[in-house]
Design a protein around this ligand. Structure first.
Ligand SMILES: CC(=O)[C@@H](O)[C@H](O)COP(=O)(O)O
Ligand SMILES: NCC(=O)COP(=O)(O)O
Length: 246
């Protein structure tokens, strides 16, 4: 199975929220992404609703159910009670749990699973009851997938920020090796594999080649940047080419 692309629309919501107007329309742009072969849509609602609003989650969920029954809705976030009840109401195919503090500007680390073992075990069991597949956002560290398996996760999403942000060749190679070793450890632990954060058309092909078990990448920032140049439809096709899905 080739790796699949989930389009994260956080950055589009940021742009819309600059004004009290409803454009750019998230649902219209979700249509464009899905019509151009994205496997699904990712949102990361944060407590301050700085980009994705709870109403966006409902609107996108309705769109997917009504018009794209095979598509995957992936909701990312910190599992507080509000987040969990939102997921239970919208029933996404996948929930990605991220250890964010509300004051963080963006996600910058994965779970300390040992320190959160009981809580993660309970939250994952609860989300499974609502029918969601659960992925844990983890640091690129090959010791972590076995811990994720032990708390009941179905997949891990490797945090690729350090790889995406490494431009000096030796640093890039070191971060690449950590991601690949972690992806292999996920396979050995019997877990599915996702990756995300600062992935681009430039840094994706090597990763996809080294990790044949990589099932999904969720990408927002670079897709939004490229969409300003090429339009969203063409950009989605370019990213699908970069991951070998087109
Ligand atoms: C979980 C993750 O990797 C993030 O990339 C996140 O979805 C991005 O969040 P922001 O769009 O708020 O920076
Ligand atoms: N899970 C990562 C994600 O959804 C998007 O991250 P980015 O491409 O905006 O850095």
């Amino acid at each position: 199975m080739p790796c699949k692309l989930s389009v994260n629309v956080n950055a589009i919501a940021y742009l819309r929220n600059r004004r009290h107007v409803p454009w750019p329309s998230l649902t219209d742009l979700c249509h464009v992404a899905l019509d151009n072969g994205a496997v699904g849509i990712t949102v990361h609602p944060r407590p301050d609703e700085r980009h994705i609003r709870r109403t966006d989650v409902t609107d996108i969920s309705k769109l997917l159910r009504a018009e794209y029954p095979g598509a995957e809705f992936n909701i990312e976030g910190y599992p507080d009670e509000r987040f969990l009840t939102l997921c239970e109401a919208e029933r996404p195919e996948q929930v990605t749990l991220v250890p964010d503090d509300p004051t963080q500007s963006t996600s910058d680390h994965g779970w300390d699973i040992a320190a959160n073992r009981d809580r993660l075990t309970a939250v994952i069991a609860r989300l499974h009851k609502s029918g969601a597949r659960v992925a844990l956002f983890i640091d690129p560290d090959p010791a972590v997938p076995a811990l994720a398996k032990a708390v009941g996760a179905d997949r891990v999403e490797i945090y690729t920020g350090p790889y995406g942000g490494a431009f000096e060749p030796a640093a890039r190679a070191r971060e690449f090796d950590r991601v690949v070793a972690t992806g292999k450890a996920a396979e050995a632990a019997g877990l599915g594999l996702n990756a995300g954060h600062d992935l681009t058309r430039e840094n994706l092909p090597a990763l996809v080649k080294a990790l044949p078990n990589l099932q999904e990448v969720s990408i927002g920032h670079a897709i939004t940047a490229d969409a300003l140049m090429f339009g969203l439809g063409e950009t989605v096709r370019k990213f699908r080419t970069a991951i070998g899905d087109l």
